[in-house]
Design a protein around this ligand. Structure first.
Ligand SMILES: Cc1ncc(COP(=O)(O)O)c(C=O)c1O
Length: 354
């Protein structure tokens, strides 16, 4: 077997407990869009079956959860709404977040089973949502729609990963002011909001990345927050070779052996989703010891300096990220974030659930 992502359900359950401890008494909607951040949406949803709801991006993602037998409310974050989407969402109790005037037209035409909606306000991130001063007018329009039910108010934080950001305070104040006189639940916090901004916990929290065991925070690791990695990505050593001092390794000859040395060739590359921009020096765990990636990442392979683990053999598996080697660290080396590493694993990677 080549690259393998092992998904640890107990780690998911542990991370959910961390959310519950931090945001005690609040409803938890687990963000499992993009196929559960690359971990398998149904697997994650089943392992987190104690949550109060799920947050997904689209109707397709929501329907996959319904087909997998999940019955909790589903918040649908960024689906364009037309008559067909409204009808299907209402039939399956999928609750769209409305954030654009076109949604109001589609909702006004909706007949049939009542459709529950969240209203998104743009408190300062300026991506999606109605202006805060439109909140009362939107609510009044929805009140006239017989087949639409309003669940509550939602906003999203743009800088919650920075505990010193003045923007988060401004966003919280703008949202509180806009919704002060309005009924319904409130939902603000993503993972960073759960971890660093108790004032953002409101009624419903929407954590994603922390459930998968990564830290969204600029200044703290997952371990600092007692989060456990859910994904263990491993791949086998497919060859071992001796490279002589001064000889190059891989495409572009970007790295040369400083001395005669053993190099392991690992069966994973960017064709599997390992980041092509991971530079020489990026750590790989071999027998629990850190070894350094050397040379460029190619489609099917990477090469690793085995001087720190000379006993490593062809056939044994090494860890690309997971327990002992945080995905956040690999993402940092490759100039990206763990979210992207997880989402970009390709269908070549086998999934094993433990
Ligand atoms: C609206 C919304 N809420 C919650 C989340 C979960 O965010 P995180 O994974 O940072 O916890 C996201 C993810 O992008 C989102 O877009």
């Amino acid at each position: 077997m080549r690259a393998l992502a092992t998904i640890d359900r107990a780690a998911l359950a542990h991370n959910l407990e961390r959310v519950r401890a931090l945001a005690s008494g609040r409803e938890v909607y687990a963000a499992i869009k993009a196929d559960g951040y690359g971990h398998g949406a149904a697997t994650v949803a089943n392992a987190l079956s104690g949550v109060d709801g799920f947050a997904v991006s689209s109707l397709d993602e929501a329907m996959q959860l319904r087909w997998s037998g999940l019955t909790q409310p589903i918040m649908m974050l960024s689906q364009p709404l037309d008559a067909g989407a409204c009808a299907l969402a209402a039939e399956h109790d999928v609750r769209p977040v409305i954030f654009d005037r076109t949604h109001l037209e589609a909702l006004a035409d909706h007949v049939g089973p009542a459709l529950s909606v969240w209203i998104k306000l743009d408190s300062g991130m300026h991506r999606l949502g109605f202006a805060p001063d439109e909140a009362a007018a939107i609510e009044a329009r929805l009140r006239d729609m017989r087949h639409v039910r309003r669940v509550g108010w939602l906003t999203h934080l743009g800088c919650a990963d920075d505990p010193s950001s003045p923007m988060t305070k401004r966003q919280l104040a703008a949202f509180a002011h806009a919704t002060a006189e309005l009924d319904g639940q409130r939902s603000i916090a993503n993972s960073a909001g759960v971890l660093a901004w108790p004032a953002a916990h409101a009624d419903v929290v929407r954590p994603g990345i922390m459930l998968y065991g990564s830290s969204p925070m600029a200044d703290a690791s997952a371990a600092d927050h007692d989060l456990r990695p859910v994904m263990h990505l491993s791949a086998p050593i497919i060859s071992r070779r001796r490279v002589m001092a001064g000889e190059p390794i891989g495409y572009g000859a970007t790295w040369r052996a400083p001395e005669d040395m053993e190099v392991g060739v690992i069966g994973i590359g960017y064709g599997d989703g390992y980041p092509r921009h991971a530079p020489s020096g990026t750590p790989v765990l071999v027998r629990g010891t850190r070894a350094a990636l050397v040379g460029r990442v190619s489609m099917d392979m990477i090469t690793v300096d085995l001087r720190s683990v000379p006993e490593a053999c062809v056939g044994e598996r090494v860890t690309l990220w997971g327990p002992g080697l945080p995905a956040d660290e690999i993402a940092g080396a490759a100039g990206t974030i763990a979210y992207e590493l997880f989402c970009r694993l390709t269908s070549r990677v086998s999934i094993e659930i433990v």
